[in-house]
Design a protein around this ligand. Structure first.
Ligand code: GUN
Ligand code: ZN
Length: 658
């Protein structure tokens, strides 16, 4: 009932299927009050709404009508409807006059599309005992609801809400226990107080820790989040659904939502956007209106900016620049900037989900960009790469660096024990932001060329470079540092290098071997490129296109990101050389003939896979005896392939039978 169409990091565009139609996610569900709704929210972009089953249950007239005619008729909305259970009333009034079982039964009776069990929203920063005992009740009720739904053969989808207050281990525990149950959606609850008090940093901790244990196959809903300012951040953490009464509550209070924050009508000289309301009326017009009309117009504006933001977020996911949007949005308020910095501490979690290559370039928007998954990934890969005796570090040129570096390279200073120069035994790297050291052989590989940063460096970048160099000089006997960068560095003593004619010798074979090692793991380069290596380049661009052993094609190089695409021979060589489970996706016996014929691999047939596989990787498809069946491109990361039971995992390029 939930299918992922596109992804960027932990953010995804998906389709949630319900009896009343499909919903494209990330989506916002406007809160509909069963009695007070004045606005037709579907007119302003809502595909799904949320209302409160408990409020209906408590109101004899509404209750009867809902039972007789159904919920959709009652609130006059024929798309999908989610209902909440009264937990919010429980958290405000301390009590509700309904049991968990009753509210589940009632939601099914009025034909909601998605119902919710009666969780206990535990406020942030309470004592641990309270959080623990509330959580246990919440989990128990989720279990009861799921069992009851199965027993009664109910049709509605079911929410199980993650609680645990601000205790991160409790959030993880709760998410883990709920994931073992069979709920259809996982809301993250009790975050409204964090958002209202601008505790966005704690919000990041709560959401990221809940996400750690929640299945990726299930939609995740951030309950009560309705300010468009935080949508991008929350989508980047993996949230698929938002709901809120903010659009109407803020309107009641003459406040206009925007991705830059909230505007009070009393302070407005100008209307803040280009929606129908903002282009038709001036602030004075609105101020002069009767309260109710003004409220509805502001609510209309509020919905407009919220849905516009979600469209922008979905497009950013398609384009692969969601983090750039997050970085932009998180400059709207210092508390959001703090939240983004906190998200940087979860870079390793995000990296597992980040595709290896994207349509968009990586943009450095500030020091926070240095904590992005791509940077972490490059550092880890670089640590694993084989190293020569010496390292030579160059200042950046235009990209790709290797294209613009030629002739005499200039003056160098030496760090470390001075020895004879041996350029054959020297790694050449460029020092730049945001990727630190970039070996010249692999500089065209995504995102090492496909990025942009200001030439003038901020202090964080300088410190980042210093730390990077301090680590990497340790791996070499002698380090030569170009005179133009020496002044930025505080790493010790240097002597000027007396030899002045240092040049970079381009070598295409070395280049493709280094790319193979970086892409497939150390050793892949030597294994792939042996024999009579012939490298064919594009006449137009001069870029490497095809690599042969004599007449046999081994790999193609993709122009956009310089990753290597295996041929049949390339796949065989890689498979022979790299030990199990590197680069492999293992499929079960039943799907073996399909793989051999070159059919794509579905997640449910995968029994195991190399945990280092990321979306867009070129992979080997093998059986359980490690026989090579086919090769292709991963559409998801390893952790997703292992969890998903529907959808494609690998787009097969060719089966070995053909
Ligand atoms: N609405 C906002 N927060 C919550 C929550 O924690 N649980 C439920 N059921 N509804 C909410
Ligand atoms: Zn507007």
């Amino acid at each position: 009932m939930f299918e992922i169409k596109a992804k960027d990091g932990k953010g995804r565009v998906g389709v949630l299927k319900t009896k009343h139609g499909d919903v494209k996610t990330p989506a916002l569900m406007p809160v509909i009050h069963p009695r007070k709704q004045a606005l037709d929210v579907s007119k302003y972009g809502a595909d799904i709404v949320i209302t409160n089953a408990y409020l209906i249950y408590k109101d004899p007239e509404l209750k009867q009508k809902a039972i007789d005619e159904g919920l959709h008729k009652l609130i006059n909305f024929d798309g999908p409807i989610m209902t909440d259970s009264g937990s919010f009333q429980l958290s405000v009034y301390g009590d509700v006059e309904i049991t968990n079982k009753e509210v589940i039964e009632f939601q099914e009776m009025i034909k909601t599309d998605i119902g919710t069990s009666l969780d206990i929203p535990t406020a942030p920063f309470v004592d641990r005992q309270q959080a623990e005992s509330d959580m246990e009740i919440t989990i128990e009720r989720a279990r009861e609801a799921i069992d009851y739904k199965k027993e009664q053969n109910m049709e509605m989808l079911l929410n199980s809400v993650v609680q645990g207050s601000t205790f991160l281990d409790l959030r993880r525990e709760c998410a883990k226990e709920l994931s073992a149950l069979d709920a259809d959606l996982y809301p993250i609850g009790a975050v409204v107080p964090l958002m209202e008090s601008y505790h966005y940093r704690d919000l990041v901790d709560v959401v990221m820790n809940s996400m750690k244990e929640l299945s990726d196959t299930v939609p995740r809903h951030l309950m009560g989040a309705g300010h468009p300012m935080i949508f991008a951040l929350c989508v980047a953490m993996g949230c698929d659904l938002f709901d809120s009464a903010a659009y109407i509550l803020y309107a009641e209070d003459d406040r206009l939502l925007s991705t830059r924050g909230t505007f009070k009508l009393e302070n407005l000289q100008e209307m803040p956007c280009s929606c129908e309301v903002c282009t038709k009326y001036t602030p004075d017009d609105l101020r002069a209106m009767p309260k109710e009309k003004r409220r509805d117009l502001i609510a209309q504006h509020n919905l407009h900016v919220s849905f516009a933001e979600l469209r922008l977020i979905r497009q950013a996911i398609y384009d692969g620049n969601l983090m750039e949007l997050v970085e932009e949005r998180c400059r709207a308020h210092p508390a959001l900037l703090e939240a983004q910095r906190q998200l940087g501490n979860y870079s390793a979690d995000l990296e597992k989900y980040d595709p290896r290559s994207k349509k968009s370039a990586f943009f450095y928007t500030g020091p926070e960009s240095l904590c992005r998954p791509e940077v972490l990934r490059h550092m880890q890969k670089l640590r694993e790469m084989p190293k020569k005796r010496d390292l030579l570090i160059l200042p950046p040129t235009k990209k790709p660096y290797s294209k613009f570096i030629s002739g005499k390279l200039g003056e160098f200073y030496i760090y470390g024990a001075e020895q004879e120069l041996d350029l054959e035994n020297t790694d050449f790297m460029v020092l730049d932001i945001p990727f630190g050291l970039i070996p010249l052989e692999i500089d065209e590989v995504y995102p090492l060329s496909q990025n942009d940063a200001p030439k003038t460096r901020d202090v964080d970048s300088i410190e980042f470079i210093e730390d990077f160099i301090t680590e990497f000089v340790e791996y070499y006997e002698q380090v030569l540092i170009h005179s133009r960068i020496i002044k930025d560095l505080e790493i010790g003593l240097y002597n000027k290098c007396s030899f002045e004619d240092i040049r970079y010798q381009k070598d295409d074979v070395k280049k493709v071997k280094a790319i193979a090692d970086y892409q497939f793991g150390v050793g892949a380069g030597d294994a792939l490129f042996k024999g009579n290596i012939i490298i064919e380049k594009s006449k137009k661009t001069g870029k490497i296109r095809h690599i042969y052993d004599g007449k046999v094609l081994i790999v193609n190089m993709r122009a956009s990101d310089s990753y290597l695409i295996l041929s049949k021979e390339g796949a065989k060589r890689l498979h022979n050389a790299m030990p199990y489970p590197q680069n492999r996706v293992v499929v079960n016996k039943d799907s073996e003939p399909f793989a051999l014929d070159g059919k794509s691999v579905f997640c449910k047939f995968v029994v195991e896979c190399d945990e280092d596989i990321r979306a867009k990787d070129e992979v080997l498809i093998v059986n359980e005896q490690d026989k090579l069946l086919a090769y292709g491109k991963a559409l998801l990361g390893a952790c997703e392939i292992e969890q998903f039971e529907t959808g494609q995992a690998i787009k097969t390029r060719k089966g070995m039978r053909k």
